[in-house]
Design a protein around this ligand. Structure first.
Ligand code: PLP
Length: 381
């Protein structure tokens, strides 16, 4: 299938990156290439593939599909979301650079900045990116990159991507957006001016909680993109062929899963919003969310399936509630077919910032009536 074709996302999710007719055996399901090394031509020159750290047919296949889904020219995959984040930060920043990150973002991103980049004299400022004034005040002459995460983890803050990228371009500052929570089904940061998009493919793209991966996507065709591609192979945090194969297979059902998860989340957020035992609900699809209007403009077809709640009665009540749920599993991670709930503060390392009564919910594809019934019994007496 031609990757330049104008097919819809659902069609690309099934077909992009693989053509059975081009395969020797005409396999309808894409084959798995586990080999780490490839035979050279008789004259010693290399064929298309040399060594799997540099490239592999399964990696190439899934990168082509991911690029098609995001509307990007280039997709560069990694062994995890954090490996992708690290690759970008390492390639863009240098000693003396300044970086702006959201005050609410995945704690692992914060850990890279605080624990790794600080040793290389990279300065950073954490601001509420939902407030344009805070971004303006944080920009310095040496600011090289603004890292956006919207909706943010775990408070579901919404930043106006277009506003941020427009301001950053005026200052020659690069922008990268962690699009893991929204996915390319709901939000296209490259179309809104971002230089780079990053996803933890561990989450919605994989959708079955059975692989780790990350990807960087860009439409830039320059030295920086070449550096990122080289970093992938040189630093070596590449995804295994089996994980690429599994991801490629899971992507076929990704649009269907996300739409069901979003529909479930809207109903569940409305249910929790009116529940007397819930102090506050954070969900961009609720009209009560402070940036609901921005979310409605920049997200299309849904608001994602992550909901955070504050439970009345503090940490003890929150843990009691999580422990009584039957269908929702008390486990970290998100984006899978199964609904999960998690006490965020417990996993945020030595410097947690989430309130102690905050639970983050990842809504799966189960029937909404069963999910609400499970919440009902767990919140009851
Ligand atoms: C928003 C976000 N970005 C990045 C990551 C890191 O991804 P990974 O666990 O694949 O390294 C996560 C993980 O939970 C995440 O939630």
């Amino acid at each position: 299938m031609s990757e330049t074709s104008k097919h819809q996302l659902q069609t690309l999710a099934v077909h992009a990156g693989y053509s059975p007719n081009a395969e020797a055996n005409k396999d309808v399901a894409s084959p798995l290439h586990l080999s780490t090394t490839f035979v050279r031509n008789p004259d010693g020159s290399s064929s298309e593939y040399i060594y799997t750290r540099s490239n592999n047919p399964n990696r190439e296949m899934v990168e082509t599909k991911l690029a098609a889904l995001e509307g990007a020219q280039t997709a560069i995959t990694f062994a995890s979301g954090l490996a992708a984040i690290h690759a970008l930060l390492d390639s863009v920043l240098e000693p003396g650079s300044h970086l702006i990150i959201p005050d609410d973002c995945y704690h692992g991103t914060r850990a890279i900045v605080q624990q790794i980049l600080s040793r290389w004299q990279v300065e950073h400022t954490a601001v509420n990116l939902a407030d344009p004034q805070q971004l303006a005040a944080a920009i310095r002459p040496n600011t090289r990159l603004v890292w956006i995460e919207t909706p943010s983890n775990p408070l579901l803050k919404i930043a106006d991507i277009q506003k941020i990228t427009t301001r950053c371009r005026q200052h020659q500052i690069l922008t990268a957006c962690d699009n893991t929570f929204a996915t390319c089904i709901l939000q296209k940061p490259l179309e809104l001016g971002a230089d780079f998009v990053m996803h933890s493919t561990t989450k919605f793209f994989s959708g079955h909680s059975d692989l780790l991966g990350g990807v960087l996507l860009t439409n830039r065709d320059d030295e920086l993109t070449t550096r990122l591609r080289e970093f992938q192979s040189t630093a070596g945090a590449v995804p295994a062929p089996f994980d690429c194969w599994l991801l490629n297979r899971s992507l076929a059902t990704f649009p269907l899963r996300v739409m069901q998860q979003c529909a479930n989340a809207v109903s569940l957020a409305a249910y929790l919003h009116q529940h007397p035992r819930i102090e506050q609900v954070f969900y961009p699809g609720l009209p009560a969310h402070p940036n609901h209007a921005v979310a409605a403009r920049q997200m299309r077809g849904g608001y994602g399936s992550l909901i955070s709640v504050l439970v009345k009665g503090g940490q003890t009540a929150a843990m009691h509630f999580a422990g009584r749920l039957q269908l929702f599993k008390h486990a970290t991670s998100l984006g899978g077919v199964e609904s999960l709930i998690e006490h965020r503060r417990s996993v945020e390392g030595p410097h947690p910032i989430s309130p102690d009564n905050l639970l983050r919910i990842s809504v799966g594809i189960e029937h909404i009536d069963d999910l609400i019934r499970d919440m009902e019994q767990a919140l009851g007496d």
